[in-house]
Design a protein around this ligand. Sequence first.
Ligand code: G6P
Length: 372
Amino acid sequence: AAAEKGGYATFMEKEIHDQPHAVRDTLLGRTDEEGRLTLDELRIPEEKLREIDRITIVACGTAAYAGMVAKYAIERWTRIPVEVSLAHEFRYCDPIVDERTLVVSISQSGETMDTLMAVKHARELGALTISICNTHGSTIPRESDAVLYTHAGPEIAVASTKAFLAQITASYILGLYLAQLRGGTYVDDIKAVLKELAEVPGKIETVLERMGRVKEIAGFMADTRAVLFLGRHVGYPVALEGALKLKELAYIHAEGFAAGELKHGPIALIEPGQPVFVVVPSPSSEHGLHGKVVSNIQEIRARGARTLVIAEDGDEAVVPFSDEVIRVPATAPLLAPLLTVVPLQVFALWLSTAKGLDVDQPRNLAKSVTVE
Ligand code: G6P
């Protein structure tokens, strides 16, 4: 069993360390020599994909958060409106879907019943369906028009880690491919994004090398009763995923918020000593988002919060208001989730361990939920 875990104590720790490979392997073989994306594996006529005027992503749990990241990227690159729908809500909300709608399902196992039923419903309504999936030959890809496999390798720990990064990577590829097909204004930037993406696996290695301090922080927090997570733009789904990991693994009440929403309610929760993770956008983000999140950190710090801040290398603006700064290498703002989520996974892993819990098999959860 120790060998299966690659020398790590748990599958989850191993899978967190597999993440550079998961991203690299998911990118592999999907570009030609000229750096153009080639997704012949989809076997959908290009004209059909060109006609798409709406995208709905259906998924559950961590996969749905990958879908939320995908929405920001795909809308930005293709200008096609993208909606993210929890798969178990989709069928029951009389969804607006027709032949020009692309329904993208995201599922690690390919067996999640809620997601499968959403895909079947979408097909009945005439939508084109693409499955982003990690498991060859599983049910959801078989029930879809096409599949784009993630190459994360088997994920054993119940709580998803490497599959999440691979799902985000695959949805970037899909978004860039659609942008390439449609030839919009964004087409010139595709190569630049692909180049940035190719550098991400090495940057994840760098993040992993720096995780000693995060392990130490988690080790001191076994008695913590609640943790809050703030993020903005693509950092928002990262905050939600950080909170989900903590609930699943450490059974701690955790909640993720969009940082802009803070003043509309959650700030009332801040009391002295309350730990708050903040996923800070890159200083190179548009619309001054970085400065806005730095102000949020300042506001909660003034009310006594203990601020655990995930920020890009060289971002000095956060330092005066942070109890801890966890550094990640710089990348394109839309790609940042592949780096910023890693410390949150590591934190949940070690906090669960500090509480003496079963990291790989948390109570009440199943790896794949095959009932509705
Ligand atoms: C279960 C797992 C989660 C996972 C979700 C979706 O609830 O415990 O970790 O995110 O199902 O699974 P899928 O296989 O469809 O990605």
